[in-house]
Design a protein around this ligand. Structure first.
Ligand SMILES: Cc1ncc(COP(=O)(O)O)c(C=O)c1O
Length: 376
């Protein structure tokens, strides 16, 4: 870029570590001349509900019209299902859009947000793009350390980002732990807690989440959910937030007015109606997670116990070369150095066959005499 243009850009933007997208799967396949297995982005290996595809296709015929910018029918349906009024629901182009909008709504340069080091990078990008400060505290046992985050808050802290389950570790904190955190926070300072529940539907643990009750009780909590994960609509970019109506009203002022497309809204509504696809997706994940954990164990690896649709696997050696070697075997996983785990890969749960392919390829890579990553 022309130097003088770069100089126009505030240093706090220039200093942002970019989100690192993987190579498109088609490009990997073209370069290696093989069919690749993609276990890199925590997607639903079954794909979208056929009903969602059909609804999206029908909506495409209306693509010459702007979408319903208020997302009326989808918000109405979500509100009814979630047991909250419609003005407690906001739509985003994926939940990442809402992470960005809530940060821009609440933070001024010099304000602070708090999250864990070793969590979803979009929190950092959203906060730092405003010139606000992101304060982080380490995970404890790969899990959000809520008391440590409270201790880290300053008088200028207006936002907390809590991922539950956390990406990339797949760990969770309980509803009771969050309630204790909110009680303590109330004594300290008025701040909004963004509770990122992108993987909500996969979690089958008692006392996991009572987030909607918190919203209904008026707690300063913005719950984020998405159609990208269990609903298999990541490519359509649609997610939603559930939170206090006055906060959402301000967020609505600064979001792009047509941030969710008519195709995405239609597909999302149909996805909500397909309970069978949802059930099958959750069950496929439950079995696939078990298969991966057992298979990784046979390779002498102990993945971090996960309640989501991916696992973090510490390899005891630099992860980048192992991920590269897996790529040459046609399996795409993500090395996690850029999220703070230089010796770990994150593996998304695939179909039984995809999981078998990954396990076999990883077995070959780790037993290879060249030992990728050993010397690094
Ligand atoms: C914790 C977390 N939050 C949010 C998202 C973003 O999802 P979306 O596709 O809805 O923007 C992801 C996606 O990987 C995630 O892991």
């Amino acid at each position: 870029m022309n130097r003088s243009i770069v100089e126009l850009i505030p240093p706090f933007v220039r200093q942002i570590d970019p989100y690192q997208p993987g190579l498109p799967v088609e490009e990997v396949e073209r370069r290696l001349n093989l069919r690749a297995v993609k276990l890199a982005s925590n997607e639903n290996p079954l794909g979208p509900s056929p009903k969602a595809v059909e609804a999206g296709r029908a909506a495409l015929a209306e693509a010459h019209r702007y979408p319903d910018g208020g997302g009326y029918y989808l918000r109405q349906e979500l509100a009814a299902r979630l047991g909250v009024p419609m003005d407690n629901v906001i739509l985003g182009a994926g939940s990442t859009d809402l992470i960005d909008i809530v940060a821009r709504t609440l933070l001024s340069p010099g304000d602070a947000a708090v999250t864990a080091a070793g969590s979803f990078p979009m929190y950092s990008i959203a906060v730092r793009s405003i010139g606000a400060q992101l304060i982080t505290r380490p995970l404890r046992d790969y899990t959000f350390d809520l008391p440590a985050l409270l201790d880290a808050a300053t008088p200028r802290t207006k936002l907390f980002f809590l991922a539950n389950p956390n990406n990339p570790t797949g760990t969770m904190f309980t509803a009771s732990a969050l309630e204790r955190f909110l009680q303590e926070l109330e004594k300290l300072s008025p701040a909004v807690v963004v509770l990122d529940e992108a993987y909500f539907e996969y979690v089958q643990v008692p006392d996991y989440s009572r987030s909607l009750e918190l919203v209904r009780s008026g707690a300063p909590v913005l719950v984020l959910r998405t159609f990208s994960k269990v609903h298999g609509l990541a490519g359509l970019r649609i997610g939603y937030g559930i939170g206090p109506a006055p906060l959402l009203a301000e967020m609505n002022k600064i979001r792009s007015p047509f941030n969710t497309s008519n195709v995405a809204q239609a597909a999302a509504r149909a996805a909500l109606d397909d309970a069978e696809h949802l059930r099958r997706s959750v069950e496929t994940n439950r079995l696939g997670l078990q298969q991966l954990v057992e298979g990784l164990g046979r390779l002498g690896l102990r993945p971090v116990p996960s309640v989501a649709n991916f696992v973090l696997v510490e390899l005891g050696r630099a992860a980048g070369p192992v991920a590269d070697a897996l790529l040459r075997e046609g399996v795409i996983v993500r090395p996690m150095g850029w999220m703070g785990f230089p010796q770990a890969i994150r593996v998304s749960v695939g179909t039984a066959e995809e999981n078998r392919t990954l396990l076999a390829a990883l077995g070959r890579v780790l037993s290879n005499d060249d030992e990728p990553g050993r010397e690094a």
